[in-house]
Design a protein around this ligand. Structure first.
Ligand code: ZN
Ligand code: ZN
Length: 304
């Protein structure tokens, strides 16, 4: 992303303020951004008139962009922010920033923590007993929490801020993993993941074709204060993929959007669907959906 001073906005011919793929002034950039998300929602029928949407907001630029643009487009949304109990990821400041964002827009705000929601005495112990990478355990708990809270409060869709950068990163990682199951896992990375069981709420990713840098510019031009995880934020995320992908950006600025679009068209759901049909059960302890007798969360809780 460059902040251009010597170019004209391609839309209104005023002084351009930003160039990611095309040069725009801030006003035209925001309009263009919103229009692209709106097109995405229509094309994939992500939100219907009567839908109640719960947007998961971490406090970072992606989830804030998602919530703000859905709000601007006039959808019926609420925001959920979770204290994940990992020091690097949440802080009282993040909560205040998200709460303020909601108050300014009169968006209903939900807040909970893993410990409170799942009745776990010590979340750090839970992470330790889980014996997987923290991010994997955190992701599992988040998905379960979003789903249960959304269902119990009458929401019909769960929206997350996943963008083209996430999709492309997952894509490369699964390609390198070398097994078929990790490719099948990509079937979950679509703009829309429809419900497969009455207890599962449909998930949508309205920013599927947006770039991280575009989300960053969006929050900047909309004057949205961004907080959230210092491990995951754009500038501090130091994993090698960020570096590798940025090299390609220099040559083809919109290549991630193109890959996301291509992936969207590939149907890799066949085996996954069969597996789901065979295996969906309700956990004997908590009643949530699992393919075992007892779900992974209850299983870890039993071991503590
Ligand atoms: Zn303009
Ligand atoms: Zn369970």
């Amino acid at each position: 992303m460059t902040f251009e001073i010597n170019m004209r906005c391609i839309s209104c011919k005023k002084q351009a303020e930003i160039k990611i793929t095309q040069a725009f002034c801030s006003e035209c950039f925001l309009r263009h951004y919103q229009r692209r998300v709106e097109k995405m929602i229509k094309k994939f029928k992500l939100i219907h008139k009567n839908d109640k949407v719960l947007v998961a907001v971490s406090g970072g630029k992606d989830s804030f962009s998602c919530a703000d643009v859905l709000w601007q487009l006039g959808f019926d949304i609420s925001v959920l922010h979770i204290d994940v109990g990992v020091k690097q990821c949440t802080s009282p400041r993040t909560k205040r920033v998200v709460e303020k964002f909601c108050k300014e827009r009169k968006i209903p705000f939900y807040f909970t923590s893993f410990e409170e929601f799942f009745e776990i005495d010590d979340i750090n112990k839970f992470f330790k007993v889980a014996k997987r990478p923290i991010c994997a355990t955190c992701g599992m708990l988040k998905r379960a929490l979003f789903n249960k809270l959304a269902r119990e409060n009458g929401f019909t869709k769960i929206a997350t801020g996943h963008c083209a950068d996430d999709i492309v990163k997952y894509f490369f990682k699964s390609m390198l993993a070398g097994d078929r199951d990790s490719i099948l896992w990509l079937s979950k990375l679509k703009p829309l993941t429809p419900s497969t069981h009455k207890k599962i709420v449909t998930r949508i990713r309205p920013l599927f074709e947006m770039l991280e840098v575009e989300n960053l510019a969006y929050t900047k031009f909309r004057n949205i204060t961004v907080a959230g995880c210092v491990m995951c934020s754009y500038f501090q995320r130091k994993d090698k993929w960020t570096e590798i992908l940025r090299e390609i950006d220099k040559f083809i600025p919109d290549w991630k959007i193109k890959i996301a679009r291509t992936l969207e068209k590939i149907d890799i759901q066949l085996r996954e669907k069969r597996k789901q049909k065979e295996g969906l059960k309700e956990c004997a302890i908590c009643g949530e959906i699992t393919n075992q007798e007892i779900c992974a969360i209850c299983n870890i809780k039993r071991k503590i």
